[in-house]
Design a protein around this ligand. Structure first.
Ligand code: ADP
Length: 506
């Protein structure tokens, strides 16, 4: 499927070289959503891979001339949310993965990355040059540092709220203009990646989860290598332990003692990565208690598990551990395993120490066949009771639809993000027939409690955006007005986050 004017393809080839214009069937398949049951639903018309911001500007000018919708991706590893595929079938993927410049300022602990820089690239760069700065990486670290931060991805260290560590962007606007935000607006400023606000309104968050521009450089703060990392891996025996565990940790999160976002998750998190379902049972339907007990026994884990970590000066980390011990004194934990890393120790190959990994992607194999998953992630207030209610309702829906419960609750400074995955086998039509209605039921349930998703799959962007309904969807009206003003031809990522250009609104 390719409804793009052939003259546009020729113009793109003239601008960036014909090898960087990819329009074969194989190319289109490569950029589809490989976790989707029907990959053709979001199949792009092709892809363009520019090498510089200047080439991006040229592409944008041509796209305006021929009205070509572009779907910018950095590395396109947004699995569970659509991968590299666009919301609208037939859009052209703008693949920025060739733009791989890294500019680290070791003295200030900042980096300016181009979109193609992956977590592994940045890690290797820091390691090979012996720069004592640590990354915060997501569980699947195959993707892009910039792309992940722009989609509000999260990691495990105290720098884990990636979007909040952005400091300064360079953006190609939908009309081809090039803008730098914050202090970057002053040509040659030494403060671009140091001071976020600049002067006047701030625009950085406007380009997160948005379709208002194409980010070609992103400033990010990195964590100075700590003297020590210490903490516990806690295991909790019963589903009901979720409530008090959250109420024990949240005050320490709020008062700043704990600076990362502990993520308390259930037994399937480990089992789905390390094993496949058929190793445990041949039965369909939700896993029974005997299977759950066997999984927990094999991995020596609780019904819930959480890793809590402190980063920084050894003295401070040790003092923090004492406060944590006091908070958990006499609490009915199943077990706790201490963790301690000190500068000079061999690296711990783990995301909690900022080392990129990709093995969690293996959970797509849980059911066998061609696997995949979709993420459901409502945000709720930081209360144990509300988390327990949320867990029970979501668990009941997983049972009702015959799916295996896979959940975590990540503790932010003032909120909980309940990240769930629905794991499936694309080759099982009966199972796939349940996934969509289950997802819609989950979103309806969250919305009934006035909880919104923090992020969603390209299939559900309108559904989720619809839930943000104050004053008859005033937020959508605002987004749409800004979209129309900046992108009157509607060329950048139509439908992203439920924001549609004129004439395309569903
Ligand atoms: P990752 O490879 O880290 O998973 P992606 O490249 O898939 O990240 O990006 C995730 C989403 O963020 C994309 O689907 C797109 O909507 C948005 N995005 C990524 N990179 C850019 C960019 N450079 N400019 C604007 N939006 C972007």
């Amino acid at each position: 499927m390719n409804s793009i004017n052939p003259a546009a393809w020729r113009a793109f080839a003239a601008a960036i070289g014909k090898d960087q214009v990819m329009i074969t069937e194989e190319d289109r398949n490569a950029y589809a959503d490989h976790f989707a049951a029907d990959e053709s639903k979001h199949e792009p018309a092709g892809a363009l891979a520019p090498a510089s911001a200047e080439e991006v500007r040229e592409i944008v000018r041509i796209a305006n001339q021929y009205r070509v919708p572009l779907w910018p991706i950095s590395r396109g590893k947004n699995f569970g949310y659509g991968g590299s595929a666009p919301v609208t079938r037939g859009a052209v993927v703008l693949d920025l993965s060739r733009m791989k410049k890294i500019e680290v300022d070791a003295a200030t602990g900042t980096v300016l990355v181009e979109p193609g820089v992956g977590f592994f690239d940045l890690y290797d760069h820091l390691q090979s040059k012996g720069i004592p700065l640590w990354l915060s990486v997501p569980g699947n670290s195959w993707g892009s540092v910039a792309g992940n931060a722009l989609d509000r991805g999260v990691g495990y260290t105290s720098y884990g709220d990636h979007a909040s560590r952005i400091c300064g962007l360079e953006v190609v606007l939908p009309d081809g203009d090039l803008v730098r935000t914050g202090m970057g607006a002053m040509d040659g400023s030494p403060n671009w990646t140091l001071y976020r606000n600049g002067f006047g309104p701030g625009w950085d968050t406007m380009f997160c989860q948005s379709n208002l521009g194409i980010v070609t450089k992103l400033g990010l703060w990195l964590m100075p290598e700590p003297e020590a990392v210490a903490g516990y891996d806690y295991e909790f025996d019963k589903p009901e332990d979720l409530g008090w565990a959250i109420d024990t940790l949240m005050p320490l999160r709020r008062d700043g003692l704990i600076q990362q976002s502990p993520s308390i998750g259930n037994w399937l998190r480990s089992a789905a990565v390390m094993t496949t379902r058929e190793q445990w049972t041949k039965d369909d339907g939700p896993l029974d208690d005997k299977v759950v007990a066997a999984i927990r026994d094999r991995f020596k884990i609780g019904w819930w598990s959480v890793q809590v970590r402190f980063y920084g000066h050894l003295d401070v980390v040790e003092a923090s551990m004492r406060v944590l011990d006091r908070a958990f004194d006499k609490k009915p934990i199943q077990s706790k395993k201490p963790a301690l890393w000190k500068r000079g120790d061999p690296p711990e190959w783990s995301p909690v120490t900022g080392v990129p990994v990709s093995f969690p992607l293996a959970n797509a194999n849980w059911h066998g066949g061609r696997g995949g998953h979709v993420g459901y992630s409502p945000v709720l207030p930081p209360s144990g009771d509300l988390a327990m209610d949320q867990f029970k309702r979501t668990y009941a829906l997983y049972q009702q639809y015959g799916m295996d419960y896979h959940a975590s609750f990540a503790m932010g400074e003032r909120s909980l993000t309940n990240v769930n995955q629905i794991l499936y086998n694309k080759d099982d039509p009966a199972m796939m027939g349940r996934v969509d209605s289950m997802f819609r039921a989950l979103v309806a349930d969250a919305s009934a409690h006035r909880y919104g998703e923090y992020r969603t799959h390209i299939d559900y962007m309108d559904l989720v955006a619809d839930c943000y309904d104050f004053n008859d969807h005033a937020l959508r009206r605002l987004n749409t007005r800004v979209k129309d003003a900046l992108d009157p031809n509607g060329i950048i990522a139509p439908g992203k986050s439920g924001i549609w250009p004129k004439g395309k609104r569903p």
